[in-house]
Design a protein around this ligand. Structure first.
Ligand SMILES: [Zn+2]
Length: 363
């Protein structure tokens, strides 16, 4: 498979006109015009300004992930773990492109860590939870990159991200303002915020139904016998992928608690029926008692249509510290440290000198 990708990539690369002297800064860019190259470079340049983004690019370079624009896609972007191809919607504006690139690069990173995800082999519940977990994590990562840029004075990518997804951007920001970048709590806040939007959750569940159908069309006999059986606990996936600064931002216990709430096992009415149709034969699910059968045998319950669900929880965002305020804060810290040092290095007057002085005064 990887050989196929390399060949396809090389053919494409050979046909790409590179402007004189302008080698792409990322060796696996695929583009058809100077304009495309410029747009891709612009997004990469923004990502490189941040610690999170630089790491994402370094990992993708190691993994030789081709990155290209696509004019015909509906989503903001996509990453295909089978072909290792990353696509960005050419219709994204420049600011939205930054968050999308971070999100998709995070997916590439997740799959490098060797996570198991198969719509046909996995139980519907674990697949749905695992897919949601990697989406929530990629979304938290896009927040991290955009927030780092905002701290540097460019808040446009963060605002572009917030426009559609305030339900995870605002929780990230609010935790970050309170120091949550260092301890990972900003990531965790965004991760949990992601689940409050039922419309987004259902759009991924729709994708799951499509993927399961697609996989069935090319599965082996052996796979068919084992369909929808494999249990991949969400805590395993979270443990592997959900890290910031090299440390997990959700403990195993926090993950298990979060995914054992009744809400974490719900799917929409439509998906409930789709999954029933996929699984009723295999698991002998009786139609007359569909809801209980699905709950007892597949661990899934139905939620009302998302129009009737609670609206996504969107807290008001706290103001982001400006470059000036952070500089002032840093200057204050330095001044305080200097003062402390000065106090320390002040020569101490030996006790006998003081006593001597006192003695002299007494004279
Ligand atoms: Zn995604």
């Amino acid at each position: 498979m990887s050989a196929d990708i390399n060949n396809a990539f090389e053919t494409k690369q050979a046909a790409t006109p590179v402007k004189e002297g302008a080698e792409p800064s990322y060796p696996y860019l695929v583009y058809e015009s100077q304009e495309d190259l410029d747009r891709l470079e612009a997004a990469l340049t923004e990502l490189r300004k941040t610690k999170t983004g630089s790491q994402l690019i370094a990992d993708a370079t190691e993994h030789q992930t081709p990155i290209r624009l696509d004019k015909a896609m509906r989503a903001y972007g996509s990453y295909d773990e089978v072909t290792n191809n990353l696509k960005l919607n050419a219709n994204n504006d420049e600011n939205r492109m930054v968050g999308t690139l971070a999100h998709e690069l995070r997916h590439a990173q997740q799959f490098q860590k060797g996570i198991l995800l198969d719509a046909y082999l996995d139980t519907p519940k674990t697949y749905i939870q695992n897919q949601a977990a990697i989406e929530a994590d990629a979304s938290a990562t896009s927040c991290a990159v955009c927030y780092e840029l905002a701290l540097q004075g460019n808040d446009k990518p963060l605002e572009a991200l917030r426009q559609k997804d305030p339900h995870f951007v605002n929780p990230f920001q609010n935790a970050a303002v309170k120091g949550g970048l260092a301890d990972g709590s900003a990531y965790q806040a965004a991760f949990k915020g992601w689940f409050t939007d039922y419309c987004t959750r259902d759009s991924y569940d729709i994708l799951y139904i499509k993927m399961a159908r697609q996989r069935r069309s090319n599965c082996t006999r052996e796979e068919e016998d084992k369909k929808f059986e494999r249990v991949v606990p969400v805590a395993d996936i979270v443990e592997k992928v959900c890290t910031s600064n090299g440390k997990p931002y959700m403990s195993r216990k926090e993950t298990e608690e979060f995914f054992s709430t009744p809400d974490a096992s719900t799917v929409s009415f439509e998906r409930f029926n789709n999954i029933y149709a996929n699984c009723y034969q295999k698991f002998d699910l009786k139609y007359s008692d569909m809801e209980n059968e699905m709950k007892n045998k597949l661990g899934l319950t139905m939620r009302p249509h998302f129009n009737f669900m609670p609206r996504a929880v969107v807290p008001e965002p706290l103001p982001i510290p400006t470059v000036e305020s952070r500089q002032a804060q840093a200057a204050e810290k330095i001044a305080a440290a200097k003062q402390e040092k000065a106090a320390e290095s002040k020569p101490k007057i030996p006790m006998n000198v003081i006593l001597q002085k006192r003695g002299n005064q007494g004279k």
